[in-house]
Design a protein around this ligand. Structure first.
Ligand SMILES: Nc1ncnc2c1ncn2[C@@H]1O[C@H](COP(=O)(O)OP(=O)(O)OP(=O)(O)O)[C@@H](O)[C@H]1O
Ligand SMILES: [Mg+2]
Length: 261
């Protein structure tokens, strides 16, 4: 379980995070939802420790992280797997080397054969066996995300963070990536935080959802109650899309909302 308490962050005059608190549960896919520029990535970076909050704290399974001793922070960092917004694979390394990279960094004493076994296990888990020697330039966007996930979970992470894991993918591939992250979360009991602005992800994998708006948490709930929200800013966000508006009309039992194709 990860807890954040009263996180504030400004860059110069720009207040990005304005006092955000909340809990991210273990074994669940916890979503940070919001429009572009609301501070989702900044909040994720505050949680991982890539950005230091001005005020506020982050706790990992009861261990205080934010201003703790370097050794303790490093211990927690070791348990974090991260999938960056653009996959961020190393272009000069093949698939196998990309996934092996964090193992070499974090567990340099691991025997080579064991490392290769772990790499192959992770690649198989994301459905990418037999692609070890391919270069990032030779694989599709969806495959790159899979390699990114394999690399994130390679060091047996306890905490998994994904920033827009399905952006730039077609809807079906996006769904598969979402499902994969959810499966991995349940299988390895990770505390997973996913940054997204995608309503499809919300409906598919939104175990817990925090809606951010202008640096504040305006709503939290689950995929089962998000459609009934009374928060105007969240309603506007959800129903920006015609398909979602139609779905709501159908739910409310309105006839005449049916569009033939
Ligand atoms: N290092 C930084 N220095 C200055 N401003 C920053 C920095 N990082 C982020 N910001 C600003 O903070 C705000 C929130 O950025 P953030 O990247 O968190 O948005 P986001 O919600 O992740 O958006 P998107 O959905 O487009 O990725 C933006 O106005 C951005 O310009
Ligand atoms: Mg972002």
């Amino acid at each position: 379980m990860i807890e954040i308490h009263n996180i504030h962050k400004s860059f110069g005059d720009l207040k990005v995070l304005d006092g955000i608190s909340g809990v991210f549960e273990t074994g669940k896919t916890n979503l940070l939802l919001g429009a572009s520029g609301t501070g989702k990535s900044v909040l994720l970076k505050c949680i991982v420790g890539l950005v230091k909050p001005d005020i506020g704290s982050v706790t990992f399974d009861g261990t205080y992280f934010t201003n703790n001793k370097l050794g303790i922070r490093q211990e927690i960092r070791r348990k974090i797997g991260m999938l960056f917004q653009s996959s961020a694979l190393f272009d000069s390394m093949n698939v196998e080397e990309n996934v092996a990279f964090p193992l070499k960094m974090l567990t340099p004493d691991m025997p080579k054969s064991e490392r290769l076994d772990r790499v192959n296990f992770c690649l198989k888990r994301v459905g990418l066996e037999n692609s070890n020697k391919k270069m990032p330039s030779e694989i599709s966007g969806g495959m790159k995300k899979r390699v990114g996930i394999a690399r994130a979970i390679a060091p047996e992470c306890t905490y998994l963070f994904c920033d827009e894991p399905n952006s730039g993918l077609d809807p079906l591939t996006a769904l598969k990536i979402d499902e994969l992250i959810k499966e991995i979360t349940e299988e390895f009991n990770t505390t997973t935080i996913i940054v997204t602005h995608d309503m499809n992800s919300v409906i598919e994998i939104g175990d817990n959802i925090m809606f951010l708006y202008k640096g504040k948490k305006l709503w939290e709930g689950t995929r089962d109650n998000i459609m009934e929200t009374e928060v105007p800013e969240l309603n506007e966000f959800i129903f920006a899309n015609r398909l979602m508006r139609d779905a709501k009309k159908v739910e409310e039992g309105e006839e005449g909302s049916h569009h033939s194709s």
